[in-house]
Structure formats: structure tokens, C-alpha cells
Design a protein around this ligand. Structure first.
Ligand code: 1WJ
Ligand code: ZN
Length: 382
């Protein structure tokens, strides 16, 4: 075990202990007011205060320690002040563990025609009722505090892809000015933290400038944003190679919106500690299952009389209690149990993958783990 196991308190009191390293890869522990998070960690996405189709007990049983909420969705419905009056997001959704909330930057930017970006912030119309809203860095901090989020994300602009270097620079520089305003508006509490978000498109020099600007301001963790926007795995890895060396070793790194299992494995190898992605939940609802031999779609007719479990190597209830034939039937019949069973399996699969990565780093055998992972994926489904 690495001797620098001493927890390192960030500027706002979020502790991160670096427990082991295997090359650039790290095994760590984040300590929040609502409990610990073992890293590398996959954060289950619960955008509107729910992991779709899952009770919080099922999410906990999958091995998840931290889930994501989203400022944009929750500010529109039920409203941040209402969630605060109801005791905060933990009590509202009955999730006792750590919660990270995104600032809403990504969502608002995707409201192409409905939003306007100025130096002040983003004004937009709600996709629900057309009401006008004004999301500023200060308001984004206030909303996430009202939600009682353990890890708050700065308000940023997720630079569209593709973007010219000039477009990426101007977008990144505004996000850095917003990050400073977020830092100034954030209320420090032990066990709660504020993460900055690196932007800069696919341009190494801009990524370095952005990382250095955020370090100058000082954050509890550093996210790599502006990726998983259609750039592809190779470009994403290139951006990580250009960014991670400029991030502090003593704080967690969060790669936003990633990703497929192979993306996560490659990013852990490069030194990323935290991930979020809708893939396991969203694709579970469409019949796509992730297994140790790649992904399969249960809607395919080849499963209609296949009595085997979805993934013979998976200990989850969806694999031990049901057959592929039954799952196929549920999706063909558009029964709600189909998406529920597959979401639960996919979340178990992602958490097992993270547990395997964490153990491999502890045992200093990450390269062997990655080779085994690639071999199994290449074998394809039996
Ligand atoms: C998918 N690719 C991707 N996601 C991204 C997200 C989270 C989306 C947020 O939206 C919800 O999932 C869709 C989640 O909200 C719970 C997530 O946090 C990002 N958020 C910010 N603030 N800045 C970024 O540069 C950014 C880039 C992304 N790329
Ligand atoms: Zn399973």
C-alpha cells in the first residue's frame, strides 16, 4: 500500500486519501458527510431524483456508494427551495449515501433554441412549461446547497464538439471566470466539496491553461468536461493524456459522462477516479445488457428459448432468478419488469467492473486485469 495514505483535506473539507497507485492509475477513498466513496468509482445517474426504475435499496444492493442528481432538472421540478423545505435531496429520495449534483451546464447548453448565454450566466426557457429561468454561477451554487449535495459542480459551458480553437478558447475562458465566481459563492462545510471542470475542447494547450486556471482558484476535485460529446474514444483518450498530467495528484479526478466499459478501463489506466454515465440505465431500458463477454440485446429473437441466465458469471438477482427467454419475452411484450431487471443487472455489472479495477490497482496487477477484460470482450457473447 502506498505510504501517502494520509487523507488530504481539500480547501472546503472534502477528504481524499490516496491508498495505492499502479502506474498513473489510483485507488483512493473520498470521505463525505454522508459516507465514503471508494475510487475508482462509477456514480449511478439519478438525474431527476431517481435512478429510473430502481428503488434506492436496489441501487445500494448493486454496490453503488454515490449517485448523481442534476441541478437543471431539479430546479425546474420540484424546485430547489421545495426540496430544501422537504429536508434535502437525501431525505426526499431516501438515499442516505453521498450525492454529487451536476450544475446543469450541460443540459442548458443542449437547449439550443431555448437558451441565451451571456457573461452573467445562462437564461433559458423551461422545457416543461416555457417559464424563463436565469442560471448564474451564484444561483447554481445556491441550488446545489439547497439540495444538500455533497459534491457540487461549478457552472460551466460544455464546449460543443466540434469547435474551432478560438471557439474553444473563448468558451473555456468564460467557464474559468464562472468557476471563480462559483468558488466565491460556495459555502464551505466539512464533508462537502466543490469540483472545478476543465474545458478546452480537443486542444492540448487550452486544456493545460484550463487546468492551471482551476488549480489557481483551488478546488476539492477536478472534472474533465467537454468530452463524451461525439469526439470518439481515441480523441477522448488524447485529451486525457494532455490534461491529467496537469491535475493535482492529491485531489480526485472526475471524467464526466463516460462511458462504455472499455472507455472506463482506459480512463482508469490514465488516472481518472470518478465516472458517471447514463449508458447502464438508459440502455437497460432498451433491452441492451452489458456482460463479461460484451453487450447483447435481449430483444433479439435468438434468446426466445434460451434458458440460460443473462450472464452466468453475474451474481445479481436478474441473472440468478430469470432466464434470457423470460427477459426476451418481457421486452417483446413491453412489460415494465423488463427495463427494471436489465437496469438492475447493468448497474451490478458496472459496479463489479469498478470493484475489479480497484482490487487490481491494490494488487498492482492492473495490466493483467485489463488484458483479461479485453480478451473476454473480444471473445464475444456465447
Ligand atoms: C454524456 N456525455 C457528457 N455528459 C456530460 C456532463 C454531465 C451531464 C449530466 O447530465 C446527466 O446525464 C445525461 C447527468 O446528470 C445527473 C450528468 O451529470 C457534463 N456536465 C458539465 N457540467 N460539464 C461538461 O462539460 C459535461 C460534459 C458531458 N458529456
Ligand atoms: Zn446480472
Amino acid at each position: 500500500m502506498n505510504d501517502s495514505a494520509a487523507p488530504v483535506a481539500g480547501k472546503t473539507g472534502l477528504e481524499f486519501a490516496l491508498l495505492a497507485e499502479d502506474g498513473p492509475a489510483r485507488r483512493g477513498l473520498i470521505t463525505t458527510a454522508h459516507g465514503p466513496v471508494k475510487t475508482p468509482a462509477f456514480m449511478t445517474v439519478g438525474t431527476a431524483g431517481t435512478v429510473k426504475g430502481m428503488t434506492t435499496e436496489q441501487v445500494q444492493a448493486s454496490g453503488a456508494e454515490i449517485i448523481l442528481g442534476n441541478t437543471y432538472h431539479l430546479m425546474l421540478r420540484p424546485g430547489a427551495e421545495r426540496v430544501a423545505r422537504l429536508g434535502g435531496l437525501h431525505r426526499f429520495m431516501n438515499w442516505p449515501g453521498p450525492i454529487l449534483t451536476d450544475s446543469g451546464g450541460y443540459q442548458v447548453m443542449s437547449l439550443q433554441e431555448l437558451r441565451k448565454i451571456t457573461e452573467e450566466g445562462v437564461t433559458f426557457r423551461s422545457h416543461l412549461d416555457g417559464e424563463r429561468h436565469n442560471l448564474t454561477p451564484e444561483r447554481a451554487m445556491e441550488i446545489q446547497a439547497l439540495l444538500d449535495s455533497n459534491i457540487t459542480m461549478v457552472l460551466d459551458e460544455c464546449t460543443p464538439f466540434p469547435a474551432t480553437e478560438t471557439e474553444a478558447r473563448e468558451s473555456m475562458e468564460r467557464s474559468m471566470r464562472w468557476a471563480a465566481r462559483c468558488r466565491a459563492a460556495f459555502t464551505q462545510r466539512p464533508g462537502y466539496g466543490l469540483f472545478g471542470i476543465v474545458q478546452g475542447g480537443v486542444y492540448p494547450a487550452l486544456r493545460r491553461t484550463s487546468a492551471e486556471a482551476l488549480i489557481e482558484i483551488g478546488f476539492d476535485g477536478y472534472a474533465v468536461g467537454g468530452l463524451a460529446v461525439g469526439e470518439g474514444q481515441e480523441a477522448m483518450f488524447d485529451v486525457l493524456d494532455a490534461t491529467i498530467p496537469h491535475l493535482p495528484r492529491a485531489q480526485p479526478r472526475y471524467l464526466m459522462g463516460i462511458g462504455k466499459p472499455a472507455d472506463i478501463v482506459g480512463a482508469v489506466q490514465r488516472g481518472i477516479d470518478m465516472f458517471d454515465c447514463v449508458l447502464p440505465t438508459r440502455s437497460g431500458r432498451t433491452g441492451q445488457a452489458f456482460t463479461r463477454r460484451g453487450s447483447i440485446n435481449l430483444r433479439n429473437a435468438r434468446h426466445q428459448e434460451d434458458q440460460r441466465p443473462l450472464d452466468p458469471d453475474c451474481p445479481c438477482p436478474s441473472c440468478s432468478d430469470y432466464s434470457r427467454a423470460y427477459l426476451h419475452h418481457l421486452f417483446k411484450a413491453k412489460e415494465m419488469l423488463g427495463p427494471i431487471l436489465l437496469t438492475r443487472h447493468n448497474l451490478h455489472y458496472y459496479q463489479e467492473l469498478m470493484a475489479g479495477l480497484r482490487q487490481a490497482i491494490e494488487d498492482q496487477r492492473l495490466d493483467d486485469f485489463v488484458a483479461g477484460f479485453a480478451r473476454q470482450e473480444a471473445e464475444g457473447d456465447i
